[in-house]
Ligand binder design. Sequence first.
Ligand code: PLP
Length: 427
Amino acid sequence: MRNLLDLADRYLVGGCLGMFRLPDEVATVFHRGEGSRIFDVTGKEYIDYVLGSGPLILGHAHPAIVAAVREQVGLGSTFYGLNEPAVRLAQRVVEAVPCGGLLRFGASGTEGTFTALRLARAFTGREKVLKFEGGWHGAHDYAMQSAAPTHAADYPVPIPDTRGIPAATSQSVLVAPFNDPERAAHTIQTHAEELAAVIVEPLQRATRPEPGFLETLREATRAHDVLLIFDEIVTGFRIAWGGAQERYGVVADLAVYGKTISGGYPLAAVCGREDVMSWADPRRKATTSDYVFASGTMNGNPVGCAAGLVTLDELQKEGVYPRLYEISDRLRNGLEGIARDLDIPCQVIGDGPVLQPVFSRARIRNHVDGLQADAAAARRFGIEMIRRGIFVTPAGKLYLSVAHTAEDVDQTLEAAEESLKAVSRQR
Ligand SMILES: Cc1ncc(COP(=O)(O)O)c(C=O)c1O
């Protein structure tokens, strides 16, 4: 394994694949996954709560996905043109999601939110978008605005999260704190003439929307003909079959899906109102300038779509969501109980199979509240968990899959107790 880590350091920028670089003390190279478990190249086993950053809601190497993918790969891995898995997955997604309408596939969540925003700008003829501080919509220049800032913005002016973004792009993005309906409504009203869309993660990272917040966004956007875009890349088919729109009872104009619909392959989709989505119809290009380019080599890739179809088949089975919630609650309540017994200020935020331990007793309503929590303790806790064979994103969210069992959770709680004790010794 050392050799592979050295090679990674030698040839991969930062010795990693992106923003996720494990601390050296728990650095590892994975070999395989099965259900809720993953194994590194030394054979060390972990219970996995990262799940590929969310896509593996059925767990690793689910037999039905493996079979569907094998079959599709044998038939051909990509065509660029229409293929049956893509058509059938589009039907399943549109029929399931409350905003329905028409759908366009893409290859990543980043592409999905980028396309949704472009559609909104074209449809409304306005240029600006409002997003929320701490909201994550991927890597493009409109998304990397106050997505993970270390301090509050001077609202509504965002703080770019990375170098390399043109100032003009930043100027086209407005930012507001999550869960502050008055400020959001005021920002929408003040900028209505130039505002194309409001984009929101309805469950922002792991922070739940307070009653009335999403409803206010819906009313204010509708009142000013601004489009409401739900980024359901995490929540879609995860916190409910109909995603956040079903769970929180607010219907968006457009919604973006990724992770869960992909079955673990590169796949995402934008869907929603027909009058908006139809701007991406290539037939319009010849006849009107009212056209939006939204296309890519891997759009509707049949392997990903075949895996996505199997995922939805499994998720639609009787009792899946209640069980997912039950197992998640077991972990959430167990973690909070241990922290309480040890008198450690740790709460578990999130909804259903998305949860996050936060080292603070204060109410977490938005990103800035989260900044007051003890991030070093959260990170230490994560590292201690990985050392004990529980794979998590240090200081990040945990995802549960249908493959996680009560025994997995109980084993996790044993490791959590030891990890929390180690954190408290080091405070
Ligand atoms: C809510 C949300 N939106 C968008 C994205 C970007 O998706 P991708 O990493 O596939 O580009 C992510 C990824 O974590 C996400 O969680």
